[in-house]
Design a protein around this ligand. Structure first.
Ligand code: B12
Ligand code: SF4
Length: 351
């Protein structure tokens, strides 16, 4: 696409995760690239563009200070086309997954946006349209409990329904209860296909507090054998997940996973169009390439119905429905002991 536009004399500037991972390659298809976060360098880039002095590459001297990022111009988005508003509260992550490509973009640190800025952003999108909020953080709060516990009650005051992505490694009883008390409606949990009994119990406990749980399953981990697909299906049934999504792990360039597999000469394709998490591009540890590809396709086929997300999933609930739900939550909170299962340490994601 970049080559096409350049052939029509349109200036092409590339940025984002892929460009940051392989800047030399991206550079061959662009007039200029931005490596890493763009906030610090964007004003200079625009000036240079105006003055006909565009540099080949821009890279910020430091990670962005999230307290200085301006309020986004949400009004220029065509909101009718989206089921929910996307809001970001943090950048980076406190975990250390071998396959993760975002470390290079956001550094190895976890940074949060000041709560007053998050609230200002939410108020602004609500002025446009009152609808469901999706927190697009890698891992909401990443275990920064004081931040989470201060933010959540403020979300409740705004009367919004919201969903977020998290991981067993950073969830604990206190956080889950706070989510339930403060109108979190959906919790997407990264799943390694370990399918432990403790995970089923944790999911059922969260559901009993009125939070709908979605599972994001990854395939191709070191410890997985070809029976993982059947086990994941049984796990979904047992834990009564309402929605699941499946991905084949991809060794994105320059990640620790890619370096390890590269060393063992196990990556057999560098065709980036296959790095969509639906194709196997490396030789897995405990199964054949074909087992992984076929197993992944089989799981999607079996769970076709539940992988579609109906738009009513995101409808903001009315006052009466919320009152009823909070009544049940207050009862459910008495069964707090169930939540002892949260915080389970699953096998390290890189294994
Ligand atoms: C939220 C999210 C989603 C949401 C998006 C919802 C929404 N409404 O936005 C959903 C769940 C839909 C999703 C789906 C998928 N996602 Co996703 N997602 C993310 C997540 C967690 C946050 C994205 C985000 O908002 N980042 C915040 C912004 C500020 O960061 P940024 O985009 O990198 O932009 C900064 C810089 O990179 C740069 N920049 C970015 N673009 C550009 C462009 C220019 C011109 C310039 C100058 C600068 C620049 O400046 C920005 C500000 O500093 C990221 C992880 C992450 N932390 O980025 C994964 C991530 C982007 N997703 C990923 C993947 C693989 C997918 C899926 C393919 C998964 C799947 N198998 O289905 C799909 C693809 C969907 C699609 N059609 O593209 C991978 C991508 C890996 C890669 N090498 O590209 C990531 C990195 C997750 C991971 N840890 O592996 N995703
Ligand atoms: S949970 Fe893992 S994959 Fe996700 S951002 Fe953190 S380190 Fe990366």
């Amino acid at each position: 696409m970049a080559d096409y536009y350049r052939s029509k004399n349109v200036k092409v500037i590339l940025g984002g995760v892929h460009t940051t991972l392989v800047p030399e390659e991206a550079s061959q298809h662009a007039d200029s690239i931005v490596i890493g976060e763009c906030e610090e360098v964007l004003p200079q880039l625009v000036d240079d563009l105006k003055n006909g002095d565009l540099k080949k590459a821009y890279k910020a001297g430091s990670l962005a200070d999230l307290s200085q990022i301006p309020l986004p111009k949400f009004e220029i988005i065509n909101h009718k086309k989206y089921l929910c508003h996307s809001i970001q509260t943090s950048r980076g992550c406190s975990l250390d997954c071998e396959f993760c490509p975002t470390r290079q973009v956001f550094g190895g640190t976890f940074r949060v946006k000041p709560i007053k800025n998050v609230i200002a952003e939410i108020k602004k999108v609500l002025e446009i349209e009152k609808k469901f909020i999706f927190f697009t953080d890698d891992i909401f709060g990443a275990g920064k409990k004081d931040y989470i516990l201060e933010l959540l009650p403020q979300l409740k005051k705004l009367k919004i329904d919201y969903m977020l992505i998290s991981d067993y490694q950073v969830l604990d009883k206190e956080i889950v209860l706070a989510l339930a008390r403060n109108r979190c409606r959906k919790l997407c949990i990264n799943m390694l296909g370990t399918c432990l009994k403790e995970e089923v119990k944790a999911i059922r406990a969260i559901q009993s507090l009125g939070i709908d749980v979605w599972g994001y399953f990854g395939f191709g981990f070191k410890f997985q054998t070809k029976d993982v697909f059947r086990r994941v299906l049984d796990f979904i049934e047992e834990s009564r997940l309402t929605h699941a999504s499946f991905a084949i792990m991809a060794p994105y360039p320059n990640t620790p996973m890619a370096q390890r597999l590269e060393k063992d000469k196990r990556i057999f394709s560098k065709d980036w169009t296959l790095y969509d998490q639906s194709h196997v591009v490396f030789k897995p540890d405990l199964m054949d390439v074909e087992d992984l590809q076929k197993g992944f396709e089989w799981v999607w086929g079996e769970k076709k119905g539940m992988t579609k997300i109906p738009s009513y999933y995101f409808k903001q609930k009315g006052g009466f429905a919320i009152a009823i739900r909070m009544f049940f939550v207050s009862i459910a909170i008495r069964i707090e002991k169930l939540l002892g299962f949260i915080g389970i340490k699953t096998k390290k994601r890189s294994k």
